[in-house]
Design a protein around this ligand. Structure first.
Ligand code: PEP
Ligand code: MN
Length: 348
């Protein structure tokens, strides 16, 4: 922290600030300029009390943090990018992964048809919500355990690891039996008790950005999980709430670039929730690949016109196959390679 003193601070003023800094567990280093004096407080902000309260001293003008609040996930402290292992798949190692599947698991047939189609097109992981966080309590809330059983069957047949959402702590045990990756949705993105609880499972976590979360809040949410001892976190940009009405949210690709610079975690882009409309998903996917994302999560439904949730933004399988072809030059322009699906385990 840097403590900037008001103009013409006297030596008594400076000494009083230095004493306060020492009291709070830091070592003060004072630099006296012609007009201004600044006191650099050296020490670990995570183990000592915050110095921000020093703004209450009459002689203090500003207190400026210089350390990043996210230490474990930051590139500043750990320059090497982190990878996340999901079974035999590695995320963040230069391969570009596409997670695809329905918004909600609706039936065995709908999920199986989608899983086969997205795998055929080159998706490496299957998504699908069994527990759905819906804005309206009257909307389809997901099939719950039955949805998890359907995802299990799709996993057995296609060999694709499953990404599915946890909305409450009480469901974690059941969801973990099926999920290879636990998704934390935008609505729970700042629910710190839930973040710690999913961290404790040790499973890879796909952490969406909250609808009104700043990049710093998003990264600090990830820090919660890593600090709890689970380094297997993937960040997911899924659009934020803005004044724009042409799209459901505003897909913030600047945040993807910032997250890649600031943090060492893989970043996945969700153009489906970012756009809320199927007709710009391919364009946004190309942009996401070009900006340096490590992968996509895309909603696909065999017949979006009858989907029980997010029908307006889900792609038909044919369009998804086009997406998979059209993104390749953008993935490669960003210096990555499109990952290949794992072979399905032979079943007799
Ligand atoms: C979802 O992935 O279907 C979902 C509900 O996403 P979000 O939390 O980003 O709204
Ligand atoms: Mn959805």
């Amino acid at each position: 922290m840097i403590i900037v003193l008001k103009k013409n601070a006297t030596s008594t003023d400076i000494k009083s600030v230095e004493d306060k800094v020492r009291e709070l567990g830091y070592e003060p280093h004072t630099i006296q300029g012609e007009v201004r004096t600044v006191v650099a407080a050296v020490g670990d902000e995570s183990t000592h009390s915050s110095l921000e309260a020093l703004t209450h001293l009459a002689i203090v003008d500003r207190v400026l943090p210089i350390q990043k609040k996210y230490k474990l996930i930051s590139r500043e402290t750990h320059p090497e990018p982190a990878t996340v292992q999901i079974g035999d798949l590695t995320i963040g190692n230069g391969e570009f992964h596409v997670i695809a599947g329905p918004c909600s698991v609706e039936s065995m047939e709908q999920t199986m048809t989608t899983a086969r189609a997205v795998r055929q097109a080159g998706a490496t992981l299957l998504r699908g919500g069994a527990f759905k966080p819906r804005t309206s309590p009257y909307d389809f809330q997901g099939l719950g355990q039955e949805g998890l059983d359907i995802l299990d069957a799709a996993k057995v047949e296609t060999g694709m690891p499953v990404v599915t959402e946890v909305v409450r702590e009480g469901d974690i045990e059941a969801v973990c039996k099926t999920a290879d990756v636990l998704q934390i949705g935008a609505r729970n993105a700042l629910n710190y008790a839930l973040l710690e609880a999913v961290a404790d499972t040790g499973k890879p976590i796909l952490l969406k950005r909250g609808v009104a979360a700043t990049v710093q809040e998003w990264l600090l949410a990830a820090e919660y999980i890593v600090k709890r001892g689970n380094p297997n976190v993937m960040l997911c940009e899924r659009g934020i709430r803005t004044f724009e009405t042409a799209t459901r949210n505003t897909l913030d690709l600047s945040a993807v670039a910032v997250a890649k610079l600031e943090s060492r975690l893989p970043v996945i882009v969700d153009p489906s929730h970012g756009a809320g409309r199927w007709d710009i998903i391919i364009a946004l996917s190309k942009a996401a690949a070009a900006v340096g994302a490590d992968g996509l999560i895309v909603e696909v439904h065999p017949d979006p016109s009858v989907a029980l949730s997010d029908g307006d933004q889900q792609l038909e399988p044919e369009l998804f196959a086009e997406l998979m072809e059209e993104i390749v030059p953008f993935v490669e322009a960003a210096g990555k390679k499109l990952a290949k699906p794992l072979p399905a385990k032979a079943t007799s």
